[in-house]
Structures are given as structure tokens and as C-alpha cells.
Design a binder for this molecule. Structure first.
Ligand SMILES: NC(=O)c1ccc[n+]([C@@H]2O[C@H](COP(=O)([O-])OP(=O)(O)OC[C@H]3O[C@@H](n4cnc5c(N)ncnc54)[C@H](O)[C@@H]3O)[C@@H](O)[C@H]2O)c1
Length: 259
């Protein structure tokens, strides 16, 4: 039996990157997947390709930075598939800035998109999961919650807040058999990560060669590395596991890559 047979999963920001990886893997394991993204064409293309591969998926456009769109996304999923078993709060953005240079606007944007969206989507999903008798929520954090990367101040703080949100809600939602777990992700190669390096940071097309030189496994993490961990937490294989925080990195957090 497929690992997500009969499950309905909503993955935010699954038009690209690791969200796309999760949507594809979940569908290949039998889930009916709501591919959601603020980029409608990207969501549609991922959903269509899942369907072409024999899976089941719909695309729903939603900008999770907008309160009403978070609610509408979850409602639409339940309207279409009749239930919601899995919610992955995957969307996250960063703005460069230290404690001295971060503007209030950037701080608010980062917290709105990274943390408030998870609060809103969870609040809405919990209404349905409670009626169904359970569900699994996976929140995507970052190792930045622990490590001091001075120029990503607001982002790091938002991922720390996400972790507290996950653990706090996990302890409350136990009573409804709703599980909440968090994946703290390390540096992962996605199309957007490549674009940022080349276009925003001015690195050459070959930046990756240098980046992987000190990586123990000779590569960065890839969306599939994250998707396999999310699959375990989303599935009934982890049916008694809640409030956990799993660090997905190639070396112990805090240690340089090759120690
Ligand atoms: N890539 C990394 O190295 C890395 C490392 C640690 C943590 N993370 C976290 O992992 C998650 C996914 O990262 P990624 O690199 O795959 O993302 P990404 O930047 O590739 O974006 C994935 C998708 O999210 C969509 N999106 C962006 N803002 C949105 C919004 N407001 N509403 C709806 N959709 C939106 C984009 O259109 C895109 O299709 C994020 O929470 C990120 O903070 C990433």
C-alpha cells in the first residue's frame, strides 16, 4: 500500500523548489495533492505534470501573505476533496539585513509570509482536522533558527518563531490527535536559490562548484532530501510523533561542514 493512500495534502508554495518536491513525492505515494502557489502558472504546471504521471492533484492560487487567501486555500481543498489530512506550511522568504539595517517593512513582510501564514493556515485546517478526528501538520523551518547569520536577522527570527509555534500548537492539538512537527532545513539547492546566487549576489554560473567543495557529500541538499523527511512526518508511520523538530543538515548544527 502506498504510504499516503486516501490522504489529502495541501502544500503551500509547491509551484517550485522543495514544495514542488513534496507535492510530487506525496502524489507518488497515493495522496490527493493541492498544489498551491501565488504563481498560478507554476502551480498549474506542477499539478498537470502530477496528473500526467498518473497522480491526483489540483492547483489553487493563493498568496499566503494575505489573510483571506490562507483561509480560502484550506476551504477550497476541503470543498474539492472533502477533507484535509496533511498541511505543509512550506512558504518562506528572506530579506537581507542586520539588526541595524532591517526596515520595519521588511521585518513585517518576513513575519507575515513566514509565520502569520502558518498560523492562519493551521487555524483553518484544524477546524476540519478536528471534525475528522486527526491530521498531520508539517512546518518548514530553517537551521537559521539556531545559527547566527547576521545578515538574515528577520528571517532567522521568523524561523525561531515558527519552531515555537510548532511546539506550542503540538502540545495543544494532541487532544484532537492532530500532530505538528517541524523540519529545520539547511542549505538546499532549488531553482530560486540558483537565481539568487547569480542575479542578486552576482556570483558566476559556477558558484555551486565552490559551494560544494567543503560539503561532506559533494553536493548541497536537494528538494528530495527534504521531501522524504516530510513524507515520514505526514504519513501514519509517525502516528504517535508530535512536537518534534528534525534538523536536515549535512553536519551537526554549529560545526563547520567538514569537522
Ligand atoms: N532553499 C534553501 O536553502 C532553504 C534553507 C532553509 C530553509 N528553507 C525554507 O524552505 C522553504 C521552501 O524554500 P524554497 O527554497 O523551496 O522556496 P522558493 O523560494 O523556491 O519558493 C517556492 C515557491 O514558493 C512560492 N511563494 C513565495 N512566496 C509565496 C507566497 N507569499 N504565497 C504563496 N507562494 C509563495 C514561490 O512562487 C515558489 O514557487 C521556505 O520556508 C524556506 O525558508 C529553504
Amino acid at each position: 500500500m502506498a504510504r499516503l493512500e486516501n490522504k489529502v495534502a495541501v502544500v503551500t508554495g509547491s509551484g517550485a523548489g522543495m514544495g514542488e518536491g513534496m507535492a510530487r513525492l506525496f502524489a507518488s505515494e497515493g495522496a490527493r495533492v493541492v498544489v498551491s502557489d501565488r504563481d498560478e502558472a507554476a502551480a498549474q504546471s506542477v499539478a498537470a505534470s502530477i496528473v500526467a504521471d498518473g497522480g491526483e492533484a489540483i492547483a489553487v492560487r493563493a498568496d499566503v501573505g494575505v489573510e483571506e487567501e490562507c483561509r480560502a486555500l484550506i476551504d477550497r481543498a476541503v470543498e474539492h476533496y472533502g477533507r484535509i489530512d496533511i498541511l505543509v506550511n512550506n512558504v518562506g522568504l528572506s530579506r537581507r539585513g542586520t539588526i541595524e539595517t532591517t526596515s520595519v517593512d521588511d521585518w513585517e513582510l518576513v513575519f507575515r509570509v513566514n509565520v502569520r501564514s502558518a498560523f492562519l493556515c493551521m487555524q483553518q485546517a484544524v477546524k476540519y482536522m478536528k471534525e475528522q478526528g486527526g491530521g498531520s501538520i508539517v512546518n518548514i523551518g530553517s537551521v537559521n533558527a539556531y545559527i547566527g547569520e547576521p545578515k538574515l536577522m528577520a528571517y532567522s527570527a521568523s524561523k525561531g518563531a515558527m519552531q515555537t509555534l510548532s511546539r506550542n500548537t503540538a502540545s495543544y492539538l494532541n487532544r484532537y490527535r492532530i500532530r505538528v512537527n517541524q523540519l529545520n532545513v539547511g542549505w538546499t539547492l532549488t531553482p530560486n536559490e540558483h537565481r539568487v546566487k547569480v542575479e542578486e549576489e552576482g556570483k558566476g554560473e559556477n558558484w555551486l562548484d565552490e559551494a560544494v567543495r567543503t560539503r561532506p557529500w559533494g553536493r548541497l541538499l536537494l528538494p528530495r532530501d527534504i521531501a522524504y523527511a516530510a513524507l515520514y512526518l505526514a504519513s501514519d508511520e509517525s502516528e504517535c510523533i508530535t512536537g518534534s523538530v528534525l534538523d536536515l543538515e549535512q553536519h551537526p548544527i554549529g560545526a563547520p561542514p567538514n569537522w
